[in-house]
Ligand binder design. Structure first.
Ligand code: NOJ
Length: 830
């Protein structure tokens, strides 16, 4: 693409004209020169009150087309956060300006050449424009149309690209993030093949082609023991990123096809970075608890009877599950929103049956509508109301997708989102409070265009070309769906669940996601670990991969390992595959494979308190439940390179077996760690050979986690079961942990209806006290929870007077307790 190959290596000579420097209302500005000439561009710099240094460049003269300003789009960027500035001071000398912010961030703006050095407490964070690779095409020039396969892009607005280069000035700096990528956790140098952020229906890395998947978040995190830096590139257009290694650190170069040169720099610890970034783009929505249970899906559940058979199959072998998913098969003419009346004549039967066990149905609801279809109410309405995306001649854009020739709602238009939201009303098409939705194919996927999506000169609401807004389609689609699911409830008090394939920054407020059409291979199982972790790291925490792989058929042993990985590592634990793959519902297996699958599912239900508590923390802070090790141990150099282990809720270390060899090398993180199954201390790095029923899992000394002792047939049914505390003693016999429950379904938690308890061990006593002071009342469903058992790892022996306690190999187990979770108490454990 011209905008990329012409600009990716382009070098200029940029200066900032000191005569034009101004400073007012805590904002710094000045005019830029290119190759000693007036550039028609103005620089602005300010510190966001809630964290982050914003650097932005705007043309000073009007252009003859509309650039899309993502910073003004409230679906992605919180307007009260982006516009609130922190106090900064400005000093200026002949050669530079220095901006000093209260939080110890400084920005030194060198005039010639124009370079910005950002520091925090005296330590370098990032250098902006070190290689003079800034680009801002804004001269209203015309250029030749570009031919891409059979399609010609008319490029009516001429060259519009923006870009800049960055240096993270520490040797050994690693870069992570920029999802969605099927790559290891740390991004490699890109050499000839830049990373591409362009949402489209593609999973695989194609040789010699820039790789891009269904989704993108232009947020990167650079990490090394001395510094962590985050950069949010505020731009939703087609974007390429080059990464290279130099003697002085890691270089990164962005080039986007349109939009503004606008980015925010965050430092210095990951927890702060993600908290600030998610203040700006939104905290991940608190999901209903069922989302964390086991989900059964397959493309190819063709009839109502088949779905009922699958439900019976799982029930017969007593595998709990929370949701049954209906793929495109259940839709009338493969179009949203109606059931196929021939194959699903009475879906209400399934819905009611699911309801009795507090289970859910998730229905596919894609954004394409059949063209000119009188029989299809939504298609007719959207056409009449003028809510559809247009082509470059202002006719409705048409293309091919599941319904055949199709049209697409223009979700950039707030009216379209409102109208779309209305389609989720209970009365529209057999819906009920336990029916939620899956927005697939929303890049959008279009079968007959060269980029498998809209042509770049397609026109959206406000007259913006798709070129300017391409990566926003998924987030705008799901923002509408989310709103619809809130509105459909008369009290607007039920937490929605939406799954999306395409996402962008901000999507975490509305939806969960999954990694798309992977393959039943060991390679893709291993990749899923980094894909899930990287999405979370970049602000999209609730995700998972299709368990067993979407394409092809899965061997029993691969499936068993996949179930274990999903149970321990994926927030979304969903078995799903293509209709051509051999069936793989867990009840189809026998002997130890069946045992492995079932035990992975049961483990998930027992671990729900850990998952739910971590999910709540994510909702409050942005910190994902699944993190790479370096986020907890940033000063340990080794931790920055570990890519086969992850941390759940900061306390459980999982090193899933993702190879046929059954051998897992575990790098021990700093501190004390115990094997979760046995309580044996992990004293150094070690190779484990887990049998088919085992997964190497460890608990961190100094942490206390909560588990269920038993399970029900769904997450909400498990909710009333007795609990067990696992105490892993750390240095000096200390430990602490927390647990959170609410009603699992409504927004009442936001009004203080929840239970949050903090556990602490010191001087041989385990204490339970009230946590968050926002807790006002306890929901009925969790009011009677009790702790039945306490297990202590690293114990020295049995405490006196505990009849039901045992002690062996450093593990103390105190059973038959009946301690109310909601009360303050203390018990002697040493
Ligand atoms: C593509 C999705 O990625 C896949 O999960 C789904 O099964 C098919 N569309 C059919 O709807």
């Amino acid at each position: 693409m011209r905008f990329c190959f012409e600009n990716l290596e382009k070098v200029g000579k940029w200066d900032l004209d000191p005569q034009t420097v101004a400073f007012s209302d805590n904002e710094y500005s000045g005019d830029l020169l290119i190759n000693d000439k007036h550039s028609g561009l103005k620089l602005r710099v300010y510190q966001l009150f809630y964290g982050g240094l914003r650097i932005r460049v705007d043309p000073t003269e009007p252009e003859n087309f509309k650039r899309f300003d993502l910073s003004k789009e409230h679906i992605v960027v919180d307007q009260s956060i982006i516009n609130k500035r922190a106090a900064i001071t400005h000093t200026m000398s002949k050669a530079k300006s220095i901006l000093v912010c209260k939080n110890e961030t400084t920005a030194t703006i060198h005039f010639s050449p124009f370079v910005i050095e950002v520091k925090s407490a005296g330590k370098a964070v990032v250098t902006v424009n070190p290689g003079q690779q800034m680009v801002f095409e804004h001269h209203n020039n015309t250029i030749q149309p570009e031919t891409l396969g059979e399609y010609t892009d008319s490029i009516p607005n001429g060259p519009t690209a923006v870009g800049v280069d960055f240096l993270f000035p520490y040797p050994g700096m690693e870069l992570s993030g920029l999802p969605e990528r099927a790559t290891p956790m740390n991004l490699e140098d890109t050499h000839e093949t830049p990373i591409r952020l362009f949402n489209s229906d593609a999973y695989e890395y194609k040789h010699n082609k820039p790789q891009h998947l269904y989704a993108s978040i232009p947020f990167v995190v650079a990490h090394a023991p001395v510094m962590t830096t985050g950069i949010f590139w505020v731009n939703p257009s087609d974007t390429f990123v080059n990464i290279s290694t130099t003697d002085v650190g890691r270089k990164m170069r962005y080039i986007s096809e349109g939009g503004f040169l606008d980015f925010i720099v965050y430092s210095t610890e990951y927890k702060d970075i993600i908290s600030h970034y998610t203040s700006l783009t939104g905290k991940p929505a608190m999901p209903p608890v069922f989302a964390l249970g086991y989900h059964q899906c397959r493309w190819g559940y063709k009839t109502q009877q088949e779905v009922q058979m699958v439900i019976r199959g799982l029930d017969e072998v007593q595998i709990p599950f929370d949701a049954i998913w209906l793929d495109v098969d259940h839709l009338n003419n493969r179009s949203p929103f109606g059931f196929d009346p021939d194959t699903f004549p009475s879906p209400q039967e399934i819905i009611t049956d699911l309801q009795t066990k507090k289970r859910y149905m998730i229905r596919l609801s894609d954004p394409h509508l059949p063209v000119n279809s009188d029989w299809h109410r939504q298609s007719k309405e959207a056409t009449e109301k003028d809510l559809l995306v247009k082509d470059n001649e202002k006719n409705v854009f048409i293309g091919e997708c599941w319904p055949g020739i199709s049209v697409w709602p223009d979700f950039l238009n707030p009216k379209t989102r409102e109208w779309w939201a209305d389609q989720y009303k209970y009365e529209v098409d057999t819906a009920a409070p336990n029916v939620f939705f899956w927005n697939d194919m929303n890049e959008p996927s279009i079968f007959d265009t060269d980029q498998s999506s809209f042509s770049k000169d397609a026109i959206h609401f406000g007259g913006y070309e798709n070129r300017e807004v391409h990566n926003l389609y998924g987030v705008m689609n799901t923002a509408g769906t989310f709103r619809g699911l809130i509105n459909r409830d008369s009290l607007q008090n039920k937490r929605p669940f939406v799954l999306t394939r395409s996402f962008f920054a901000g999507s975490q407020r509305y939806t969960w996601t999954w990694t798309g059409d992977n393959t039943a291979s060991w390679e893709h199982l291993a990749l899923s670990l980094s894909m899930v972790t990287m999405s979370g790291l970049a602000g999209m925490p609730f995700t998972g991969a299709d368990v067993g792989g979407f394409f092809k058929s899965c061997t029993p042993i691969l499936l068993a390992r996949w179930f274990q990985t999903a149970s321990w590592v994926y927030p979304l634990f969903r078995e799903h595959c293509h209709f051509e793959s051999l069936r793989r519902e867990p009840y189809l297996y026998e002997d130890e494979v069946f045992e492995a699958l079932k035990s992975a599912v049961l483990t998930r239900y027992r671990m729900l308190p850990l998952w739910y508590t971590s999910t709540w923390i994510t909702n409050q802070t942005g910190l994902p439940p699944v993190c790479p090790l370096w986020t907890e141990f940033p000063t340990s150099e080794k931790m920055h390179y570990v890519s086969n282990e992850v941390l759940i809720g900061g306390s459980i270390l999982v090193a899933p077996c993702v190879t046929l060899e059954d051998s897992v090398h575990v790098t021990k993180p700093p501190g004390i760690w115990y094997e979760f199954d046995t309580g044996i201390e992990l004293t150094s790095d070690k190779v484990f050979t887990p049998n088919i029923l085992q997964t190497p899992v460890f608990i961190r000394g100094g942490k206390i986690i909560t588990m269920f002792e038993e399970h029900g047939e769904s997450a909400l049914e498990t909710y009333s079961k007795p609990l067990c505390l696992v105490v892993a003693l750390g240095e000096k016999g200390l430990a602490e942990g927390e647990v959170y429950f609410d009603d699992g379904e409504t927004f009442d938690f936001a009004q203080g209806s929840f239970i949050h308890r903090v556990f602490k061990v010191g001087k041989g006593l385990l204490k339970n006290t009230k946590g968050s002071s926002n807790q006002a009342s306890i929901p009925k469903s969790v009011d009677n929870l009790t702790i039945r058992r306490v297990i202590v790892f690293g114990a020295k022996g049995c405490p006196e007077n505990f009849i039901n306690s045992s002690f062996e190999n450093g593990v103390l187990s105190i059973s038959s307790l009946n301690l109310p979770l909601k009360d303050d108490w203390e018990i002697k454990i040493q």
